[in-house]
Design a protein around this ligand. Structure first.
Ligand code: AMP
Ligand code: GLY
Length: 430
């Protein structure tokens, strides 16, 4: 089979790495890819949002399965366009991808199907929102309705901060049309986790739950980033909690989407808050997480391509998924200054030293310079992932590998997995 993966981040590198292990696969293309992905796939210079060129490429190359990594093409309707041409593609239709594309839609669905989430209200009008903000309790969270590259949610402590956020999102439109509507919601306390379900529109299988680290600094301080590291499985979602997440969140969502005539095929990523009263949805995404995919893929034993084909062809009923009974810890190495301004073009040294089979280096913001050397080309540069039999061993191995990679201004968090340690202390064999 010929597979086309769309995207160029660490998530797509992890997907390509997993896909190339499938016995079903002869050839992988990636649009546009990166130098890490190029180890396993032929990179083609097409933008992830250029759907007509992607379609033309897929038809010409007779691609058997297309796998979009990021949300943008999904929300734009790439699945509908590929399926209209009879091409298999793993992901939700445009109407189903609204679960990520519109927070107001997601909230409405959760209310209708009694899926636990923060109490919320949606506002189409700034004056009406202002009136509400004068009267409500704090803290609360103000969110732009549409896609805002993970930066559309602001936690506000009082009316003044709320007014400022409202002004930015709805009046100044710093996220553009994504801010035409806002959602104001209750602030939830608890620990966050990411749960990934593969669905064929009716049936689901779950991957290992993971935990991301969004803030830039240790101890979850500072501004949010795309994610500075992840690990799996996340002990905050133990077997009993996973069962609740499945029954209270994943299944009702898939059932609700089918009832609404928007059958959800692809990966459903539930961003959860594990609160004292149980799991609640922070947000839904219609794709794998980044950097979560980099730790979830290495723990998947089953053939990913087979699972994706079954999801695309509505054949997931009774499929058993095999997951490794191990731990994966991934540390993101970023350019100094990220998520603010940073420099690029810095030579990355040490990659060739890491040949240990159990150390995985997934590329994100990298490119080759004229001399053919790998240099930095973005904010998040690499995910360094170790898979081991214990959490502590995985963490130690990941950081040991990070210590061998050098580039000017490299920054990484030193505490990836600190919340796992809290759960595991006391449960560890001595
Ligand atoms: P979102 O853009 O919805 O993914 O939100 C980004 C981040 O803001 C989440 O990962 C949470 O850390 C935080 N957040 C969003 N909504 C809430 C909420 N209702 N309560 C507490 N934290 C939240
Ligand atoms: N890890 C957060 C995201 O992919 O949205």
């Amino acid at each position: 089979m010929k597979i086309l993966v769309i995207g160029s981040g660490g998530r797509e590198h992890a997907l390509v790495w997993k896909i190339q292990q499938s016995a079903l696969v002869d050839k992988i293309y990636c649009a546009p890819g990166n130098p890490g992905i190029a180890q396993h796939a032929e990179c083609v210079d097409i933008s992830p949002t250029d759907i007509s060129r992607l379609l033309e490429f897929a038809v010409k190359q007779k691609i058997d399965l297309t796998v979009p990594g990021p949300e943008a093409p999904l929300v734009q309707g790439i699945v509908d366009e590929f399926e209209a041409k009879g091409l298999a593609i793993f992901g939700p239709s445009q109407k189903a991808a609204e679960l990520e594309g519109s927070k107001a839609f997601a909230k409405w669905l959760m209310r209708k199907y009694r899926i636990p989430t923060a109490d919320w209200q949606v506002f189409y009008d700034a004056e009406e929102a202002r009136r509400h903000l004068r009267e409500r309790d704090y803290p609360c969270v103000i969110k732009a309705d549409g896609l805002a590259a993970g930066k559309g949610a602001v936690i506000v402590q009082d009316e003044q901060q709320a007014e400022h956020a409202l002004e930015e999102i709805m009046v100044r439109r710093v996220f553009g049309e994504a801010g035409a509507k806002i959602v104001v919601e209750e602030f939830m306390r608890g620990e966050e986790a990411s749960v990934f379900a593969l669905s064929d529109g009716e049936n689901v299988v779950l991957l290992h739950p993971a935990q991301d680290h969004k803030p830039i600094f240790d101890g979850d301080q500072g501004p949010n980033t795309g994610g500075m590291g992840a690990y799996a499985p996340a002990p905050v979602v133990d077997a009993a909690m996973q069962e609740r997440v499945l029954r209270e969140i994943i299944e009702p969502t898939i059932r609700g989407m089918a009832m609404e005539n928007r059958p959800y095929r692809g990966v459903l990523y539930a961003g959860l808050m594990i609160t004292d009263s149980g799991p609640k949805v922070v947000e839904f995404n219609c794709r794998f997480g980044d950097p979560e995919a980099q730790v979830v893929m290495p723990l998947l034993d089953s053939d990913l391509v087979e699972l994706m084909l079954k999801a695309a062809h509505r054949e997931l009923l009774d499929v058993e998924i095999a997951l490794k009974n191990q731990w994966a810890v991934g540390v993101v190495m970023a350019s100094g200054g990220y998520p603010g301004k940073y420099q690029t073009g810095k030579k990355i040294i040490g990659l060739e030293k890491l040949t240990d089979e159990d150390i995985l280096i997934f590329h994100a913001g990298t490119r080759r310079n004229e001399a053919g050397e790998i240099v930095t080309a973005g904010g998040r540069v690499l995910s360094v992932v170790a898979v081991r039999d214990t959490f502590q061993a995985a963490r130690k191995a990941a950081y040991a590998a990070v210590g061998k990679i050098v580039f000017d201004g490299a920054y990484y968090r030193k505490d990836i997995g600190f919340k796992a340690l809290k759960h595991l202390v006391g449960n560890m064999p001595s």
